[in-house]
Design a protein around this ligand. Structure first.
Ligand code: GLU
Length: 448
Protein backbone atom coordinates (compact mmCIF):
# COMPACT_ATOMS: atom_id res chain seq x y z
CA UNK A 1 0.00 0.00 0.00
CA UNK A 2 1.43 3.38 -0.98
CA UNK A 3 1.84 5.75 1.92
CA UNK A 4 -0.38 8.83 1.61
CA UNK A 5 -0.08 11.61 4.17
CA UNK A 6 -1.62 15.02 4.44
CA UNK A 7 -1.01 18.37 6.04
CA UNK A 8 -4.35 19.98 6.81
CA UNK A 9 -4.04 23.57 7.97
CA UNK A 10 -7.04 25.80 8.55
CA UNK A 11 -6.33 29.03 6.64
CA UNK A 12 -7.12 31.27 9.59
CA UNK A 13 -3.56 32.53 10.08
CA UNK A 14 0.04 32.13 9.00
CA UNK A 15 1.96 28.93 9.55
CA UNK A 16 4.21 28.86 12.59
CA UNK A 17 6.98 26.62 13.74
CA UNK A 18 4.55 24.10 15.24
CA UNK A 19 2.57 23.49 12.08
CA UNK A 20 5.65 23.79 9.87
CA UNK A 21 6.99 20.84 11.85
CA UNK A 22 3.81 18.84 11.29
CA UNK A 23 3.92 19.64 7.56
CA UNK A 24 7.56 18.65 7.36
CA UNK A 25 7.07 15.34 9.15
CA UNK A 26 4.14 14.41 6.92
CA UNK A 27 6.18 15.30 3.86
CA UNK A 28 9.08 13.22 5.16
CA UNK A 29 6.90 10.25 6.00
CA UNK A 30 5.51 10.22 2.46
CA UNK A 31 8.87 10.82 0.77
CA UNK A 32 10.62 8.22 2.86
CA UNK A 33 8.19 5.56 1.67
CA UNK A 34 7.93 6.78 -1.91
CA UNK A 35 4.36 7.85 -1.24
CA UNK A 36 2.27 10.96 -1.70
CA UNK A 37 1.91 14.08 0.39
CA UNK A 38 -1.26 16.16 0.13
CA UNK A 39 -1.93 19.71 1.19
CA UNK A 40 -5.51 19.88 2.38
CA UNK A 41 -6.92 23.31 3.06
CA UNK A 42 -9.42 22.91 5.91
CA UNK A 43 -11.55 25.90 5.06
CA UNK A 44 -15.04 24.90 6.15
CA UNK A 45 -15.12 27.82 8.55
CA UNK A 46 -16.02 30.48 5.97
CA UNK A 47 -15.98 33.26 8.51
CA UNK A 48 -12.45 32.74 9.77
CA UNK A 49 -10.82 31.37 6.62
CA UNK A 50 -9.03 33.86 4.37
CA UNK A 51 -7.71 33.49 0.85
CA UNK A 52 -4.59 35.46 1.75
CA UNK A 53 -3.71 32.77 4.29
CA UNK A 54 -4.25 30.01 1.72
CA UNK A 55 -1.75 31.80 -0.50
CA UNK A 56 0.65 32.40 2.37
CA UNK A 57 0.53 28.70 3.32
CA UNK A 58 1.39 27.71 -0.24
CA UNK A 59 4.19 30.28 -0.44
CA UNK A 60 5.65 29.24 2.91
CA UNK A 61 5.66 25.54 2.02
CA UNK A 62 7.26 26.40 -1.29
CA UNK A 63 9.98 28.45 0.42
CA UNK A 64 10.65 25.55 2.77
CA UNK A 65 10.77 23.09 -0.12
CA UNK A 66 7.91 21.07 1.35
CA UNK A 67 6.17 20.57 -1.95
CA UNK A 68 2.79 18.81 -1.97
CA UNK A 69 1.95 16.29 -4.68
CA UNK A 70 -1.62 17.60 -4.78
CA UNK A 71 -3.85 20.10 -3.10
CA UNK A 72 -7.41 19.62 -1.89
CA UNK A 73 -9.84 22.09 -0.43
CA UNK A 74 -12.68 21.32 1.89
CA UNK A 75 -14.85 24.20 0.67
CA UNK A 76 -14.98 22.47 -2.74
CA UNK A 77 -16.18 19.21 -1.20
CA UNK A 78 -19.23 20.22 0.78
CA UNK A 79 -21.52 17.87 -1.20
CA UNK A 80 -19.39 14.93 -0.01
CA UNK A 81 -19.92 15.89 3.60
CA UNK A 82 -23.68 16.14 3.02
CA UNK A 83 -23.63 12.69 1.54
CA UNK A 84 -21.63 11.25 4.45
CA UNK A 85 -23.89 13.02 6.91
CA UNK A 86 -26.98 11.49 5.33
CA UNK A 87 -25.38 8.04 5.42
CA UNK A 88 -24.62 8.43 9.14
CA UNK A 89 -28.06 9.84 9.80
CA UNK A 90 -29.72 6.88 8.08
CA UNK A 91 -27.58 4.62 10.27
CA UNK A 92 -28.77 6.44 13.39
CA UNK A 93 -25.32 7.85 14.14
CA UNK A 94 -26.17 11.55 14.09
CA UNK A 95 -28.90 13.31 16.01
CA UNK A 96 -30.35 16.81 16.20
CA UNK A 97 -29.85 18.94 19.31
CA UNK A 98 -31.53 22.18 20.28
CA UNK A 99 -29.68 23.43 23.36
CA UNK A 100 -28.36 26.96 23.35
CA UNK A 101 -24.77 27.71 24.35
CA UNK A 102 -26.05 29.00 27.69
CA UNK A 103 -27.98 25.82 28.41
CA UNK A 104 -24.96 23.72 27.57
CA UNK A 105 -22.75 25.84 29.80
CA UNK A 106 -25.22 25.48 32.65
CA UNK A 107 -25.38 21.69 32.22
CA UNK A 108 -21.61 21.60 32.25
CA UNK A 109 -21.41 23.51 35.50
CA UNK A 110 -24.00 21.29 37.14
CA UNK A 111 -22.13 18.15 36.16
CA UNK A 112 -18.84 19.58 37.37
CA UNK A 113 -20.55 20.54 40.62
CA UNK A 114 -21.64 16.94 41.05
CA UNK A 115 -18.16 15.69 40.38
CA UNK A 116 -19.16 14.23 37.00
CA UNK A 117 -17.06 14.62 33.84
CA UNK A 118 -18.36 17.68 31.95
CA UNK A 119 -19.54 15.76 28.92
CA UNK A 120 -22.76 16.21 27.00
CA UNK A 121 -25.64 14.41 28.77
CA UNK A 122 -27.36 13.35 25.56
CA UNK A 123 -30.47 15.27 26.59
CA UNK A 124 -31.49 15.65 22.96
CA UNK A 125 -31.73 11.89 22.53
CA UNK A 126 -34.65 11.88 24.95
CA UNK A 127 -36.68 14.28 22.84
CA UNK A 128 -39.79 12.88 21.21
CA UNK A 129 -40.85 13.53 17.64
CA UNK A 130 -43.34 16.04 19.04
CA UNK A 131 -40.70 17.85 21.14
CA UNK A 132 -38.56 18.25 18.07
CA UNK A 133 -41.45 19.48 15.97
CA UNK A 134 -42.25 22.03 18.66
CA UNK A 135 -38.65 23.33 18.66
CA UNK A 136 -38.68 23.63 14.90
CA UNK A 137 -42.05 25.40 15.04
CA UNK A 138 -40.43 27.92 17.40
CA UNK A 139 -37.89 28.52 14.64
CA UNK A 140 -35.04 26.75 16.44
CA UNK A 141 -32.86 24.96 13.91
CA UNK A 142 -30.91 22.00 15.31
CA UNK A 143 -27.20 21.50 15.45
CA UNK A 144 -26.04 17.92 15.01
CA UNK A 145 -24.01 15.53 17.09
CA UNK A 146 -22.31 12.30 16.18
CA UNK A 147 -23.51 9.50 18.45
CA UNK A 148 -20.62 7.59 19.91
CA UNK A 149 -21.17 3.88 20.38
CA UNK A 150 -20.60 3.33 24.09
CA UNK A 151 -20.29 -0.41 23.57
CA UNK A 152 -17.45 -0.13 21.13
CA UNK A 153 -14.19 0.46 22.99
CA UNK A 154 -11.75 2.75 21.23
CA UNK A 155 -8.17 1.63 20.89
CA UNK A 156 -5.31 2.18 18.50
CA UNK A 157 -1.60 1.67 18.33
CA UNK A 158 -0.21 5.16 18.06
CA UNK A 159 2.95 5.58 16.00
CA UNK A 160 4.47 7.80 18.68
CA UNK A 161 2.49 7.22 21.87
CA UNK A 162 2.06 3.46 21.70
CA UNK A 163 -1.16 1.71 22.76
CA UNK A 164 -4.04 4.15 23.28
CA UNK A 165 -7.40 3.34 24.86
CA UNK A 166 -10.48 5.48 25.35
CA UNK A 167 -13.82 4.71 26.96
CA UNK A 168 -16.39 6.28 24.61
CA UNK A 169 -18.77 6.78 27.54
CA UNK A 170 -16.29 9.28 28.95
CA UNK A 171 -16.38 11.40 25.78
CA UNK A 172 -18.96 13.93 24.60
CA UNK A 173 -20.84 13.15 21.42
CA UNK A 174 -19.14 15.76 19.24
CA UNK A 175 -21.07 18.49 17.45
CA UNK A 176 -20.31 17.96 13.78
CA UNK A 177 -22.62 20.46 12.14
CA UNK A 178 -23.85 23.87 13.23
CA UNK A 179 -27.45 25.05 13.10
CA UNK A 180 -26.66 27.07 9.98
CA UNK A 181 -25.57 23.87 8.20
CA UNK A 182 -21.85 24.65 8.34
CA UNK A 183 -19.35 21.97 9.32
CA UNK A 184 -17.09 21.60 12.29
CA UNK A 185 -13.72 20.04 11.70
CA UNK A 186 -14.37 16.42 12.78
CA UNK A 187 -16.56 14.85 10.09
CA UNK A 188 -15.14 16.54 6.98
CA UNK A 189 -11.68 15.53 8.10
CA UNK A 190 -12.66 11.87 8.54
CA UNK A 191 -14.52 11.85 5.21
CA UNK A 192 -11.53 13.33 3.43
CA UNK A 193 -9.04 10.99 5.04
CA UNK A 194 -11.12 8.07 3.74
CA UNK A 195 -11.83 9.56 0.30
CA UNK A 196 -8.24 10.57 -0.27
CA UNK A 197 -6.85 7.24 0.80
CA UNK A 198 -4.81 8.73 3.64
CA UNK A 199 -2.79 5.88 5.14
CA UNK A 200 -1.12 7.82 7.95
CA UNK A 201 -2.46 10.69 9.99
CA UNK A 202 0.44 12.38 11.76
CA UNK A 203 -0.47 15.43 13.83
CA UNK A 204 0.00 17.12 17.18
CA UNK A 205 -0.99 15.46 20.43
CA UNK A 206 -3.66 18.11 20.93
CA UNK A 207 -5.64 15.94 18.49
CA UNK A 208 -5.51 12.70 20.49
CA UNK A 209 -9.07 12.92 21.77
CA UNK A 210 -10.28 13.95 18.30
CA UNK A 211 -8.71 10.78 16.99
CA UNK A 212 -10.63 8.73 19.55
CA UNK A 213 -13.90 10.17 18.25
CA UNK A 214 -12.86 10.04 14.61
CA UNK A 215 -11.99 6.36 14.84
CA UNK A 216 -15.66 5.69 15.56
CA UNK A 217 -16.59 7.99 12.68
CA UNK A 218 -14.34 6.11 10.28
CA UNK A 219 -15.83 2.82 11.38
CA UNK A 220 -19.38 4.17 11.11
CA UNK A 221 -18.75 5.62 7.64
CA UNK A 222 -17.31 2.35 6.42
CA UNK A 223 -20.20 0.39 7.99
CA UNK A 224 -22.71 2.76 6.36
CA UNK A 225 -21.07 1.86 3.03
CA UNK A 226 -20.01 5.43 2.58
CA UNK A 227 -16.51 4.22 1.92
CA UNK A 228 -14.76 0.91 1.74
CA UNK A 229 -11.25 1.91 2.72
CA UNK A 230 -9.27 1.06 5.77
CA UNK A 231 -8.97 3.62 8.51
CA UNK A 232 -5.57 5.31 8.61
CA UNK A 233 -2.81 4.66 11.11
CA UNK A 234 -2.40 7.45 13.65
CA UNK A 235 0.60 9.09 15.25
CA UNK A 236 0.55 12.12 17.53
CA UNK A 237 3.71 14.03 18.13
CA UNK A 238 4.51 15.84 21.34
CA UNK A 239 4.00 19.57 21.18
CA UNK A 240 6.74 22.13 20.84
CA UNK A 241 7.45 24.35 23.80
CA UNK A 242 9.74 27.34 24.24
CA UNK A 243 12.26 28.04 26.98
CA UNK A 244 9.54 29.85 28.87
CA UNK A 245 6.87 27.18 28.35
CA UNK A 246 4.13 27.47 25.77
CA UNK A 247 5.12 28.92 22.43
CA UNK A 248 1.66 30.33 21.80
CA UNK A 249 2.52 33.87 22.91
CA UNK A 250 5.25 34.40 20.37
CA UNK A 251 3.97 32.34 17.47
CA UNK A 252 3.73 35.54 15.41
CA UNK A 253 7.51 35.77 15.45
CA UNK A 254 7.97 32.09 14.60
CA UNK A 255 6.67 32.03 11.03
CA UNK A 256 8.45 31.95 7.67
CA UNK A 257 8.35 35.72 7.13
CA UNK A 258 9.97 36.41 10.47
CA UNK A 259 12.53 33.65 9.90
CA UNK A 260 13.36 34.98 6.44
CA UNK A 261 13.78 38.50 7.81
CA UNK A 262 16.14 37.16 10.45
CA UNK A 263 18.22 35.54 7.72
CA UNK A 264 17.28 31.98 8.63
CA UNK A 265 17.70 29.54 5.74
CA UNK A 266 14.84 27.12 4.98
CA UNK A 267 17.39 24.30 5.17
CA UNK A 268 18.16 25.27 8.78
CA UNK A 269 14.49 25.17 9.74
CA UNK A 270 14.13 21.80 8.07
CA UNK A 271 17.28 20.35 9.66
CA UNK A 272 16.20 21.49 13.12
CA UNK A 273 12.54 20.52 12.94
CA UNK A 274 13.24 17.17 11.29
CA UNK A 275 14.93 15.97 14.46
CA UNK A 276 13.77 18.18 17.29
CA UNK A 277 12.06 16.02 19.89
CA UNK A 278 13.53 12.82 18.50
CA UNK A 279 16.33 10.70 19.92
CA UNK A 280 18.53 11.69 16.96
CA UNK A 281 20.96 14.59 17.36
CA UNK A 282 20.02 17.90 15.76
CA UNK A 283 22.73 18.51 13.19
CA UNK A 284 23.17 21.04 10.38
CA UNK A 285 22.28 18.53 7.69
CA UNK A 286 21.47 20.32 4.45
CA UNK A 287 21.01 17.13 2.44
CA UNK A 288 17.40 16.07 2.74
CA UNK A 289 18.22 12.56 1.59
CA UNK A 290 20.24 12.14 4.79
CA UNK A 291 17.40 13.50 6.91
CA UNK A 292 14.95 11.19 5.15
CA UNK A 293 17.21 8.22 5.63
CA UNK A 294 17.21 8.62 9.40
CA UNK A 295 13.57 9.73 9.73
CA UNK A 296 11.67 7.24 11.86
CA UNK A 297 8.60 7.75 14.07
CA UNK A 298 10.13 5.27 16.52
CA UNK A 299 12.73 7.93 17.40
CA UNK A 300 10.04 10.48 18.37
CA UNK A 301 9.86 11.18 22.09
CA UNK A 302 6.71 11.70 24.13
CA UNK A 303 8.01 14.64 26.13
CA UNK A 304 7.39 18.14 24.75
CA UNK A 305 10.13 19.15 22.35
CA UNK A 306 11.96 22.36 23.19
CA UNK A 307 12.33 24.91 20.42
CA UNK A 308 15.08 27.43 21.06
CA UNK A 309 16.07 30.34 18.86
CA UNK A 310 19.71 29.92 19.82
CA UNK A 311 19.68 26.38 18.47
CA UNK A 312 18.08 27.53 15.22
CA UNK A 313 20.79 30.19 14.88
CA UNK A 314 23.50 27.62 15.54
CA UNK A 315 22.13 25.27 12.89
CA UNK A 316 21.65 28.20 10.54
CA UNK A 317 25.24 29.42 10.64
CA UNK A 318 26.54 25.88 10.16
CA UNK A 319 24.23 25.51 7.14
CA UNK A 320 25.40 28.87 5.71
CA UNK A 321 29.02 27.68 6.01
CA UNK A 322 28.19 24.76 3.72
CA UNK A 323 26.20 26.64 1.10
CA UNK A 324 27.58 26.68 -2.44
CA UNK A 325 28.08 29.87 -4.44
CA UNK A 326 25.29 29.04 -6.88
CA UNK A 327 22.78 28.73 -4.04
CA UNK A 328 23.46 32.21 -2.74
CA UNK A 329 24.78 34.14 -5.78
CA UNK A 330 21.64 36.22 -6.22
CA UNK A 331 21.81 37.39 -2.61
CA UNK A 332 25.46 38.46 -2.61
CA UNK A 333 26.88 41.97 -3.04
CA UNK A 334 27.74 42.97 -6.60
CA UNK A 335 31.12 41.78 -7.71
CA UNK A 336 31.46 39.08 -5.08
CA UNK A 337 32.56 35.94 -6.88
CA UNK A 338 32.96 32.33 -5.87
CA UNK A 339 36.39 32.87 -4.30
CA UNK A 340 34.96 35.81 -2.36
CA UNK A 341 32.08 33.70 -1.12
CA UNK A 342 34.41 30.93 -0.01
CA UNK A 343 36.67 33.37 1.82
CA UNK A 344 33.85 35.08 3.64
CA UNK A 345 31.36 32.24 4.20
CA UNK A 346 32.99 30.90 7.41
CA UNK A 347 32.46 34.27 9.10
CA UNK A 348 28.75 34.51 8.48
CA UNK A 349 25.87 33.69 10.76
CA UNK A 350 23.53 34.86 7.98
CA UNK A 351 24.05 35.26 4.23
CA UNK A 352 23.00 38.92 4.46
CA UNK A 353 26.18 39.71 6.41
CA UNK A 354 28.26 38.95 3.31
CA UNK A 355 28.08 42.59 2.18
CA UNK A 356 29.61 43.81 5.41
CA UNK A 357 32.60 41.49 5.07
CA UNK A 358 32.90 42.06 1.33
CA UNK A 359 33.54 45.72 2.10
CA UNK A 360 36.86 44.61 3.61
CA UNK A 361 37.83 43.55 0.11
CA UNK A 362 36.40 46.41 -1.92
CA UNK A 363 37.07 49.14 0.67
CA UNK A 364 37.01 51.79 1.80
CA UNK A 365 38.32 50.35 5.05
CA UNK A 366 38.49 51.92 8.48
CA UNK A 367 41.86 53.76 8.88
CA UNK A 368 43.80 52.63 11.98
CA UNK A 369 46.37 54.29 14.23
CA UNK A 370 49.66 52.39 14.56
CA UNK A 371 52.65 52.76 16.87
CA UNK A 372 55.94 53.95 15.37
CA UNK A 373 57.19 50.38 15.55
CA UNK A 374 54.23 49.01 13.69
CA UNK A 375 54.39 51.80 11.11
CA UNK A 376 57.96 50.81 10.28
CA UNK A 377 56.87 47.18 10.16
CA UNK A 378 53.99 47.95 7.77
CA UNK A 379 56.22 50.01 5.48
CA UNK A 380 58.52 47.04 5.30
CA UNK A 381 55.53 44.83 4.55
CA UNK A 382 54.54 47.11 1.65
CA UNK A 383 58.06 46.76 0.27
CA UNK A 384 58.27 42.99 0.76
CA UNK A 385 54.86 42.19 -0.69
CA UNK A 386 55.29 39.95 -3.70
CA UNK A 387 52.46 38.66 -5.75
CA UNK A 388 52.07 34.89 -6.23
CA UNK A 389 49.42 32.21 -5.90
CA UNK A 390 49.67 32.56 -2.16
CA UNK A 391 50.86 36.09 -1.40
CA UNK A 392 49.84 36.01 2.27
CA UNK A 393 52.04 33.10 3.26
CA UNK A 394 54.92 34.45 1.22
CA UNK A 395 54.55 37.86 2.88
CA UNK A 396 54.30 36.59 6.44
CA UNK A 397 57.24 34.22 5.94
CA UNK A 398 59.39 37.07 4.58
CA UNK A 399 58.35 39.40 7.41
CA UNK A 400 59.01 36.81 10.07
CA UNK A 401 62.50 36.42 8.77
CA UNK A 402 63.13 40.16 8.35
CA UNK A 403 61.53 41.41 11.59
CA UNK A 404 61.93 38.47 13.96
CA UNK A 405 58.24 38.92 14.87
CA UNK A 406 55.92 35.98 15.36
CA UNK A 407 52.36 35.29 16.48
CA UNK A 408 50.09 38.26 17.09
CA UNK A 409 52.65 41.07 16.50
CA UNK A 410 53.44 39.46 13.16
CA UNK A 411 49.85 39.05 11.96
CA UNK A 412 47.61 41.59 13.68
CA UNK A 413 49.06 44.86 12.27
CA UNK A 414 48.86 43.34 8.80
CA UNK A 415 45.23 42.37 9.22
CA UNK A 416 44.43 45.79 10.69
CA UNK A 417 46.16 47.66 7.87
CA UNK A 418 44.73 45.44 5.15
CA UNK A 419 41.13 45.19 6.41
CA UNK A 420 40.65 47.82 9.10
CA UNK A 421 39.46 45.14 11.53
CA UNK A 422 41.01 42.93 14.22
CA UNK A 423 39.42 39.71 13.05
CA UNK A 424 37.60 38.34 10.08
CA UNK A 425 38.00 35.97 7.17
CA UNK A 426 41.17 34.02 6.58
CA UNK A 427 43.81 36.44 5.29
CA UNK A 428 45.22 33.79 2.99
CA UNK A 429 41.94 33.86 1.09
CA UNK A 430 41.25 37.55 1.51
CA UNK A 431 44.55 38.99 0.28
CA UNK A 432 44.29 37.67 -3.31
CA UNK A 433 40.79 39.18 -3.45
CA UNK A 434 42.03 42.58 -2.31
CA UNK A 435 44.57 42.54 -5.14
CA UNK A 436 48.21 43.50 -5.32
CA UNK A 437 48.01 47.26 -5.89
CA UNK A 438 45.31 47.86 -3.33
CA UNK A 439 47.03 45.64 -0.76
CA UNK A 440 50.34 47.49 -1.20
CA UNK A 441 48.55 50.83 -0.91
CA UNK A 442 46.81 49.78 2.31
CA UNK A 443 50.05 48.54 3.86
CA UNK A 444 51.85 51.71 2.83
CA UNK A 445 49.06 53.83 4.32
CA UNK A 446 49.46 51.93 7.59
CA UNK A 447 53.14 52.73 7.53
CA UNK A 448 52.63 56.49 7.15
N1 GLU B 1 -7.40 21.67 10.32
C1 GLU B 1 -7.01 20.92 11.45
C2 GLU B 1 -6.06 21.73 12.28
O1 GLU B 1 -5.45 22.64 11.76
C3 GLU B 1 -6.38 19.63 10.97
C4 GLU B 1 -5.94 18.71 11.98
C5 GLU B 1 -5.61 17.38 11.35
O2 GLU B 1 -6.48 16.56 11.21
O3 GLU B 1 -4.45 17.20 10.98
O4 GLU B 1 -5.95 21.52 13.47
Amino acid sequence: MTTVTRFAPSPTGRLHVGNIRTALHNWMLARKHGGKFLLRIDDTDAERSREEYVEAIRADLDWLGIVPDAEERQSARLAKYDHAFEALRAAGRVYPCYETQQELELKRKIRLGRGLPPIYDRGALALSEGDRAAKEAEGIAPHWRFKLDHDEPIAWEDGVRGAQKFDPAQLSDPVIRRADGSWLYMLPSAVDDLDMGITDVLRGEDHVSNTAVQIQMFTALIAAHYAAQQIPAFAHEALLVGKEGKLSKRLGSLGCNAFRERGIEPAAIVALLARLGTSLPVEPIADRAVLLDTFDLATFGRAPARFEDAELERVNSAIVHQMGFAEVADRLPKGMDEAGWHAIRPNLAHVSEAAEWWRLVTGPIEPREFSADDRAYLSEAARLLEWSDDPWHALTAALKEASGRKGKPLFLPLRQALTGTDHGPDMGELLPLIGEDEARARLARGGE
